[in-house]
Design a protein around this ligand. Sequence first.
Ligand SMILES: [Zn+2]
Length: 174
Amino acid sequence: MLIFGLVAATPVVYLLLFAWIEDHWLPRDELALLVTNLVVGGLLVIGWLLVWRDVVPWTRARRFWTGASVIGTVALAFPVGYAIDAVVGDEELAVVLAGLSWFVIWVVTVSLVWAETPVERARRLVRTRPHAIRCLKCRYNLTGLREARCPECGSAFTLDEIVATARPVEDEWG
Ligand SMILES: [Zn+2]
């Protein structure tokens, strides 16, 4: 499973990257940790998108809010880090914990952004589990209509009558 590999590899990548940045670039631990957070966070966002992109019902609004969720939660992580530092009095630990809490907050936020609405769910079910919605009088296929009136013979039904008599397509031909 790609997602478990992603989560399992993250601490290893985090430590290796931190050690390299601290040795070659930023000798101050809290700055090296901050840069490591940003790089590993970026990789996690990309990995998360690759894992879930096929099941997310993408719309323009969801694309926008997915981007906004990254920017918003990263901005939130800074005051969270300062608050943790104020409590524990350890800048390096505060940066690490802020990074961890950012990931949890972002995953929850983006899950809410990506959740399908009841209408999207109904449309997906119609696509994947089509039911034979047929006129009770002339058997005309009523799938996709927005009213419970048969366009073929003009008979009108209540929604509950149609739902009660609908059968899965495989039963119809079986
Ligand atoms: Zn009919």
